[in-house]
Design a protein around this ligand. Structure first.
Ligand code: DLL
Length: 433
């Protein structure tokens, strides 16, 4: 069993990596300039020609790209190839009702499968393994992202998708799954359910988990490892850049190696945009250097992290990022679903309700819960209880269809949600770790 999926890249020396990145960056900037009017205009405004970008050091000259830019060009306006070259679409939540839509050519999908195949090998996987994929299949990138990586490696994918925990456990046990891919909170839930059912982890063949898509702590890692009898590896990614596998953890379990042959990372000061040296905490920014369908330059992830070039005991030379330590915006991740308070506000206003609301996020056992408290208008306050229940139900189903997330809804008395003199406080996050 090889320790690396792409040894020549994963252990490349710095000089070789910089040369490769430079070549690919030049080609990408040219591709963006020639095929994406948005980038052509941006570069022209800065007085830049593609030829001005020669090496990775020139990256700082390039403009940033924001989630808002994707939204402004919804759905396909930043695509750099004709429609007949796009073979797949995925999407994730945007800051308002609109989704962030991403596209892939066949070569993009091949590159992506390589990313997640590297992650599976780094978690000790090989072609002998059954890879149990419990990330959601669909517009979310988790399911299909790991799925194709497993097959690319020559392992066996088991596309269970998320939900139906009892059946997940049957499949884990009866099909002999070796590696479980899902969000850390779902891994924990599976583990707890097994304990409740009296199913010992020893009755499974599970060795590892490849867990990500939401923040999780080292304490949670220990709990999951204990409950499932596995080694739990972190995996990071975002749809705009590719999906899961932008970065992945190795046996050292101390940060995630970035697939920097495809995504050049930078850490910047989120307020000034200034690039910070390795080791400093700031906003993670990625430039895609192999993407055909949606090549993004200096994309502001809003994730706060630290980069490190310290030698890794696994032998990989790929730069490492820390676990994301927070976000520069107000995006919440609840049961793996990205949620912006502004989306909830839009739903409430569309239903003619008060924009005074509070989101209470908590964790019951291992599952995140969301309670949306909405102030009644004075007219509603005089309504009979039955009428209020109906409104709560309407809000609940509107939230479910917009966010894909079940929430508890509570109508509260007018003026009972604290007003703020500065920024409104919309979120009460009681989750720890
Ligand atoms: O969550 C892709 C993914 C799927 C990653 C499966 C890993 C496993 P999005 O839905 O676009 O894509 O959400 C991206 O999720 O900017 C982070 O804030 C957060 N995130 C992703 N992975 C991690 C992680 C997928 N390992 C956003 N730790 C990112 C903490 C994570 N946060």
């Amino acid at each position: 069993m090889s320790r690396y999926f792409s040894p020549e890249i994963e252990t490349a020396d710095r000089g070789r990596m910089l040369t490769l990145q430079g070549q690919r960056l030049r080609a990408t900037v040219r591709h963006c300039y020639d095929n994406v009017p948005f980038y052509r205009e941006k570069l022209r405004k800065l007085g830049l020609e593609p030829g001005d970008i020669k090496t990775v050091d020139d990256l700082v000259k390039l403009p940033f790209t924001y989630k808002q830019d994707l939204r402004d060009h919804y759905p396909y306006g930043l695509f750099a190839v004709p429609k007949n070259k796009v073979v797949r679409i995925h999407a994730s939540s945007g800051t308002t009702g609109k989704m962030t839509v991403v596209g892939y050519t066949q070569r993009d999908l091949d590159d992506w499968a390589e990313d997640t195949a590297r992650a599976i090998v780094a978690a000790g996987g090989s072609r002998e393994d059954y890879i149990h994929v419990s990330y959601g299949y669909g517009l979310f990138t988790g399911g299909l992202g790991l799925h194709y990586g497993a097959e690319r490696l020559g392992a066996t994918s088991i596309p269970v998708s998320s939900g139906n925990t009892r059946r997940q456990i049957d499949v884990l046990r009866d099909f002999g799954s070796n590696i479980l891919c899902c969000t850390p909170s779902y891994a924990m839930y599976i583990g707890e359910t097994m304990a409740e059912l009296g199913i010992s982890p020893d009755s499974l063949n599970l060795r590892a988990g490849i867990l990500g898509a939401e923040p999780w702590s080292d304490e949670m890692r220990k709990e999951i490892e204990g409950l499932l009898g596995i080694k739990a590896y972190d995996i990071y990614g975002l749809s705009e850049i590719m999906g899961p596998g932008v970065a992945f953890e190795c046996e050292a379990q101390s940060g995630m190696h970035i697939n920097e042959d495809k995504y050049i990372p930078e850490i910047i000061d989120p307020d000034t945009g200034e690039v910070l040296p390795d080791g400093r905490q700031g906003e993670l920014v990625f430039t895609c250097i192999t993407k055909e369908a949606l090549p993004l330059l200096r994309y502001r992830t809003r994730d706060i992290a630290v980069l490190s070039r310290e030698e890794c005991s696994c032998g990989r030379t790929l730069i490492k990022m820390s676990k994301p330590m927070g976000r520069t915006d107000d995006m919440l991740i609840i049961r793996g679903v990205n949620v912006f308070p502004s989306q909830i506000e839009t739903v409430l206003l569309e239903l003619g309700l008060s924009p005074n609301y509070l989101l209470v996020v908590d964790r019951e056992g291992s599952l995140d819960t969301l309670e949306v408290r909405v102030e009644m208008t004075p007219e509603m306050f005089t309504d009979a209880v039955k009428g209020l229940e109906k409104i709560e139900k309407r809000i609940r189903s509107a939230l479910l269809s917009t966010l894909g997330l079940a929430a508890t809804v509570k109508l509260v008395e007018p003026k009972s949600i604290a007003r703020s003199e500065g920024k409104a406080k919309r979120i009460l996050d009681n989750r720890k770790g």
